[in-house]
Design a protein around this ligand. Structure first.
Ligand code: C2E
Ligand code: CA
Length: 555
């Protein structure tokens, strides 16, 4: 056997890395030697191969074979100085990975090729280290055996990271990720591993002995990272949530573990922001329900919105005590899930890009209903809810305008409520949309006003007609110890008066609260005290009774 193979250097280089592989070929005998890592990773028959160009050729992706063959024959014939090309190669598990293959030929005095040697680097994006944070990548998980040594895995995600990036820019986003990863690394015990899982998610594989130890670790991460100091001296407040799972109890393979961690993190973000939530059957059940909801909602939209229905909750004119209009609230019954509330299914519609379509349906039904009631009940003020995401859809304004035209409705009687104003990322653009809609005659309301600082901030930017006071200030107004709520609501009413806004007080649940808010000069009142949201037929009954009552008062 040729000396070129019996070289300790070959072994030393060959074992230096597990994603760079070396090979050397005696071109006289056409026998080559491949490093042990290459044999294992690509599933070669052994370290020594005969006719390697063809044997290896069978590992090359068929679509890339020509590139590989052209390059290698060019080098052997002397047309090309170096072998240098990238292609996909099949590994031991049958998948293809991208490799960069480089090599050169050594020739004898007569110019005959005697040795071909080179290296192959895996560039399949599964590199061992993350280029931004320097942490291990998830590829590393292939090497853990989750079935033997017990431990706890935590998937930690930054809350609202997209918003941080949109507020501060990509560079700050990167700086936060780097600093955050360093902090977690510092807090880990020896032997624990931290991996960059995805953009803003980090996986900690903790060989912790109990849940308390993992919870203690998570608590310290929260404490140490709640404020990130940037290089330029600015400070950014961040919050995190985490999902946890035990191995091997909850999961003994990489796939199952990732699955359970992702579900637990999703649950934490949606229901217990800021907390570490361990996987449970309840989480699995909720996740399953989420999947069914998603499918059923898509199906329902495809079937011409079958299963959707509008409910109506009256707006009361506080002076006359009569029904001045209503808020239209979406209800939905799926094929399999019949008890989903708007808070749940609207979030699913929003998260999966269906809220626009569903929202147009709501808008059309609401406007159509306003027209349908006009002859019998006069002009009613009809409102419907629209999220920021819906407003900024290019088609929204046009649809709203064409819809009032189609049904011959005066847009002065249509109130469009902006829900969750705290999610407004581009207030100037939204202000322009509001401006144009108001020019057309539509009325705009800021919903749930007073809950977030953002509400006040929004008022400075957005031209609106109505403020809807969030019901948490109202519901318990009559109970002892809620004087502060009264002061807040009273001040909001004063603010509306001075700034020329109309107001709607919602959440009026009983007669005591009704008496209190009755003296606050709100434009409209709304709440269970007057009526819960009801279906069209029941709302028409309310309107009938209301009209009979007001007629008898007039007499
Ligand atoms: P919201 O706009 O704040 O709607 C008012 C919610 O308060 C309604 O819940 C209503 O049933 C409830 N409510 C009314 N009076 C009272 C009361 O006196 N006390 C209490 N505790 N609650 C009262 P609902 O119908 O479950 O709607 C929840 C949320 O779903 C709405 O909150 C709104 O943000 C959203 N939503 C409903 N329909 C639509 C829609 O068509 N599009 C969009 N984007 N969001 C909608
Ligand atoms: Ca609303």
């Amino acid at each position: 056997m040729s000396d070129i193979f019996n070289n300790e250097l070959f072994e030393a280089f060959g074992s230096a890395s597990d994603n760079v592989y070396i090979y050397v070929c005696d071109m006289k005998t056409d026998i080559s030697r491949w490093s042990k890592a290459a044999v294992d990773y690509f599933g070669l028959s052994g370290e020594y191969l005969e006719d390697a160009a063809n044997v290896w050729g069978r590992h090359v992706h068929p679509d890339d074979l020509k590139i590989y063959m052209d390059d290698i024959t060019g080098v052997f014939s002397g047309q090309k100085k170096y072998h240098d090309c990238q292609y996909r190669a099949r590994n031991a598990s049958g998948g293809y990975v991208w490799v960069e293959c480089k090599g050169s030929v050594i020739r004898d005095a007569k110019g005959e090729p005697i040795i071909f040697a080179g290296l192959m680097t895996r560039i399949d994006g599964q590199s061992k280290y993350d280029t931004l944070t320097g942490l291990l990548t998830t590829h590393e998980m292939h090497y853990f055996d989750f079935s033997s040594q017990p431990g706890i895995a935590l998937l930690i995600g930054l809350d609202g990271f997209r918003k941080i990036v949109s507020n501060y820019g990509y560079n700050v986003g990167d700086e936060i990720l780097i600093k955050f990863s360093r902090e977690i690394n510092k807090l880990c015990k020896p032997g624990w591993k931290v991996l960059r899982f995805s953009g803003d998610e980090f996986l900690v594989i903790a060989f912790a002995s109990n849940l308390e130890e993992a919870e203690g670790f998570y608590g310290r991460v929260c404490q140490e990272t709640d404020i990130v100091k940037l290089e330029d001296g600015r400070k950014v407040g961040i919050s995190i949530s985490a999902g946890g799972a035990l191995f091997p109890q909850d999961a003994d393979t990489r796939e199952i573990l990732i699955n359970k961690l992702e579900h637990s993190l999703e649950y934490a973000k949606n229901n217990q922001r800021g907390s570490l939530v361990f996987f449970s059957e309840e989480i699995a059940r909720r996740h399953e329900r989420g999947l069914v909801l998603r499918e059923d909602l898509k199906q329902c939209i495809k079937n011409g919105f079958k299963g959707f229905e509008l409910y109506f909750q009256p707006f009361i004119n506080p002076n006359a005590g009569t029904i001045a209009g209503c808020e239209c609230l979406l209800r939905w019954k799926g094929e399999r899930i019949k008890d989903s509330y708007p808070m749940e299914f609207i979030k699913v519609l929003e998260d999966y890009g269906d809220i626009q379509e569903a929202g147009f349906w709501v808008m059309e039904q609401a406007i159509r209903q306003q027209a349908a009631w006009r002859d019998k009940y006069g002009e009613l003020k009809i409102s419907f809810n629209v999220s920021y995401q819906q407003f900024i859809d290019d088609a929204f304004e046009e649809k709203a305008i064409s819809c009032v035209k189609k049904y011959g409705v005066n847009p002065n009687y249509i109130i469009i409520e902006l829900t969750e104003s705290c999610q407004v990322e581009a207030p100037k653009e939204l202000a322009a949309i509001f401006g144009r809609l108001r020019e057309q005659g539509f009325r705009i309301a800021l919903d749930d006003f007073g809950t977030a600082y953002a509400s006040m901030e929004m008022l400075k930017w957005l031209p609106v007609d109505y403020i809807k006071v969030e019901h948490s200030f109202i519901r318990e107004l009559a109970q002892p110890g809620h004087d502060i709520d009264y002061v807040i609501v009273d001040s909001l009413m004063e603010m509306c008066r001075r700034l020329g806004y109309h107001s709607i007080i919602e959440g009026v649940e009983n007669s005591k609260v009704a008496d209190i808010v009755g003296g606050l000069n709100a434009t409209l009142l709304q709440g269970y005290h007057y009526s819960v949201p009801v279906c069209r037929k029941d709302f028409e009954k309310l309107l009938d009774e209301d009209r009979i009552m007001s007629l008898s008062l007039e007499v």
